[in-house]
Design a binder for this molecule. Structure first.
Ligand SMILES: NC(=O)c1ccc[n+]([C@@H]2O[C@H](COP(=O)([O-])OP(=O)(O)OC[C@H]3O[C@@H](n4cnc5c(N)ncnc54)[C@H](OP(=O)(O)O)[C@@H]3O)[C@@H](O)[C@H]2O)c1
Length: 289
């Protein structure tokens, strides 16, 4: 049997992957790659997305299709395995929309290939009733991924290529290193972090992080950094951060790609970040506990 070729594929049949695939499928063919053949078969039979039954064109690792463009939407701990799967699909380009920093992993996994990391503020969560899209959000892609931006926009998802994608990733990292671990540690929604007793810890994390991110190419100062984090905590006040959801569900978190990535950057700059070192250790303790 000939291997089918799709214009676009998404790896990761989780909350965001299924949300994106269900939208994309309204505008054209899109392949969904699940972790296992069994999962792919179950998905083909129908899964709930946004309160409706959706039957994706789902594939497992032993019957992979080919694809022109591949989007990675797995958790960061699964990046290398998913990148290897993506390469096996003979794509023109591979783009990650994961949280944290994984661009260096993609470059290492795809030597000589066209790979990069964008960001998205689109949201979705899943429970026993299926996947629930949450808010519209915006997806920013690295230069060279215009075709992916067009496909996403054509399906009604707000998307564009961002020439300064490296700075955009750092801006998102600033928010993630401050809000995600603190919300997970204290078991509170994002909005609660703006008030005592959490606010001092939030400010301390921001104050340590911004000089490192500025040295890495993000143009901002102390006031702008605090304002940016508070603005996101306000806009997402009722949300439970993904790291909080992971901790509560007993799943591994994305702390290595978030706080771990910041600490690596700081080490390269010869800077110590004790508050972030401490919070990484506390999240790791929660994961193993
Ligand atoms: N959800 C959001 O609102 C949101 C917003 C912005 C960014 N993000 C980022 O997007 C990424 C995905 O998030 P999510 O919430 O969609 O996570 P998720 O619900 O945990 O989904 C991840 C999916 O990837 C699958 N997977 C893992 N390794 C795989 C592999 N090698 N091949 C194929 N599938 C594989 C997982 O399968 P198993 O279930 O078998 O592990 C799971 O179905 C994360 O980096 C997250 O930070 C999420």
């Amino acid at each position: 049997m000939d291997t089918p070729r799709f214009p676009l594929a998404i790896i990761g049949a989780g909350a965001l992957g299924l949300h994106f695939v269900a939208r994309l499928a309204t505008a054209g063919p899109v392949a969904l790659v699940a972790r296992s053949d069994t999962q792919a078969t179950a998905l083909q039979a129908g899964t709930r997305v946004g309160g409706q039954t959706f039957q994706p064109q789902a594939f497992g690792p032993t019957h992979l299709p080919q694809a022109d463009w591949v989007i990675l939407l797995v958790k960061t701990g699964d990046t290398l395995a998913a990148a290897a799967t993506a390469r096996a699909m003979a794509p023109r380009g591979i783009v990650s929309l994961q949280n944290g920093l994984v661009d260096h992993l993609l470059q290492a996994a795809c030597p000589g290939g066209h790979a990069g990391q964008g960001i998205t503020t689109a949201g979705a969560w899943r429970d026993a009733d299926g996947v629930h899209p949450a808010g519209t959000g915006e997806t920013l892609l690295p230069p060279g991924f215009e075709a992916v931006a067009e496909r996403l926009s054509g399906a009604g998802l707000t998307a564009r290529v961002e020439p300064e994608i490296a700075a955009a990733r750092l801006a998102k990292l600033l928010v993630n290193v401050a809000i995600n671990p603190l919300a997970a540690l204290h078991g509170v929604t994002n909005g609660a972090l703006r008030e005592a007793p959490y606010r001092a810890e939030l400010d301390a994390l921001v104050d340590e992080a911004w000089p490192v991110l500025r040295a890495a190419g993000l143009a901002l100062d102390a006031d702008a950094a605090r304002q940016r984090v508070i603005a996101v905590a306000t806009a997402t006040a009722a949300n439970r951060a993904s790291m909080l959801q992971d901790v509560q569900a007993g799943r591994r978190t994305e702390i290595d790609a978030i706080t771990g990535a910041l600490l690596e950057m700081a080490t390269q700059q010869g800077v110590d970040l004790p508050a972030h070192r401490d919070i990484l250790a506390r999240i790791k303790a929660l994961e193993t506990g």
